[in-house]
Design a protein around this ligand. Structure first.
Ligand code: ATP
Ligand code: LTN
Length: 333
């Protein structure tokens, strides 16, 4: 009985690079908090990653790394299902069906598509365009109630809702209409090199992001170089996006409020503030990095988790897919 009350949570990260503190603070850190009270499924979305060219050996390694990072951040395979998207064929199969009722115009409005096609002008492929349809399939296959993601994914959650509602109206009630969950703090961590841009793991400028695996010296150096403004006062205000971003990061790692941070650095200037942010981030990442190293040394353990996760996910996903196939009129055997 108790099981029935649990909410289904689903989310994923692309294995397109080493995860950043943006991915951690915006997404994974919050996943950990959902595990005890809910029915959680976390996916490494490798099918999505190939919408941008990936070197095959790198993609393979990063798939293991992303899974190991999930675990090192505190995702517990005893509580949550963890799997790799390409191990569950129903994702691609449902995406095809959903794509046939998603309009060209809707997909053309997606800001991530516009951004990524501008950045990868030589490879504006059909997968990049239909990316949100595959993401809708990921979510809808599992009867997901809540999708914890960063703010940049809000538009994709909305289109997933629209796709679900439209399908339900056309073919009768089939999908749960999901909601996004965005953290109060950390939902959009900005680049350290350009605080008007989102921090992104595939940024060509390494100084823009803090990777979860950056060593202490690198973390300190990147924070020291972080772009701020020509004032010296630590406070949140228009035109001080760089400082505001550092305050958010500091707050996420220490639990301190803006008022406490302003008080702590009153009269001290940016130099000392940046040192403190760097130290807080490096301290926060150290245990995670140690655990990551242990996990990466045991590939067969990671493969066991992938396998078990895929079996469970396949079981749920196939059931949803057969229901969909029946409703659209495909002949079952
Ligand atoms: P890429 O650079 O390869 O497009 P990315 O770093 O933007 O990747 P994704 O794999 O697209 O990361 O995102 C995984 C999760 O992390 C999503 O929930 C996303 O909203 C969240 N996320 C990504 N970047 C940030 C950020 N800068 N701040 C907060 N959350 C973020
Ligand atoms: N598009 C997401 C990654 C993603 C995802 C999902 C997140 C793919 N499928 C399903 C939540 C639920 C991104 O962060 N770029």
């Amino acid at each position: 009985m108790e099981n029935e009350k649990k909410k289904r949570i689903f989310s994923g990260v692309q294995p397109s690079g080493i995860l950043t503190i943006g991915n951690y603070l915006g997404a994974i850190k919050n996943w950990v908090d959902f595990q005890d009270e809910n029915d959680c499924i976390f996916c490494v979305v490798d099918l999505h990653a190939i919408t941008v060219h990936q070197v095959p050996a790198d993609l393979r390694r990063r798939t293991y790394e992303t899974l190991a990072i999930y675990l090192a951040c505190g995702i517990d395979p005893a509580k949550s299902t963890i799997f790799v998207q390409s191990h569950v064929p129903a994702h691609a199969e449902l995406a095809w069906v959903l794509g046939c009722s998603t309009m060209f115009g809707e997909l053309s409005r997606m800001t991530q598509f516009k951004d990524k096609s501008a950045r990868n002008a030589g490879n504006v492929n059909a997968g990049l365009f239909t990316y949100p349809v595959l993401m809708a399939a990921d979510i809808l296959l599992y009867g997901t109630d809540l999708v914890p993601v960063g703010k940049d994914q809000q538009q994709h959650i909305e289109i997933a809702r629209d796709i679900a509602i439209r399908f339900n109206q056309t073919y009768s009630d089939t999908f749960v209409v999901p909601e996004g969950f965005f953290p109060k703090s950390g939902a959009k961590i900005m680049s350290l090199a350009d605080p008007t841009k989102k921090m992104s793991k595939s940024d060509a400028n390494q100084n823009g992001f803090i990777s979860l695996l950056d060593d202490r010296d690198t973390v300190m150096r990147k924070f020291r170089r972080a772009v701020t403004d020509s004032e010296t006062e630590v406070r949140r205000a228009p035109g001080k996006e760089g400082v505001g971003n550092l305050m958010t990061i500091y707050s996420c790692f220490t639990g301190k409020t803006d008022a406490e941070i302003e008080e702590e650095f009153r009269g001290l200037g940016y130099g000392e503030f940046k040192e403190a942010v760097g130290a807080a981030a490096a301290d926060g990442l150290a245990p995670l990095q140690a655990r990551f190293k242990e996990l990466m040394a045991d590939k067969s353990y990671l493969e066991g988790i992938m396998k078990e996760g895929a079996e469970h996910a396949n079981h749920i996903a196939r059931k949803t897919l057969s229901k969909v196939y029946r409703k659209v009129g495909f002949v079952g055997l």
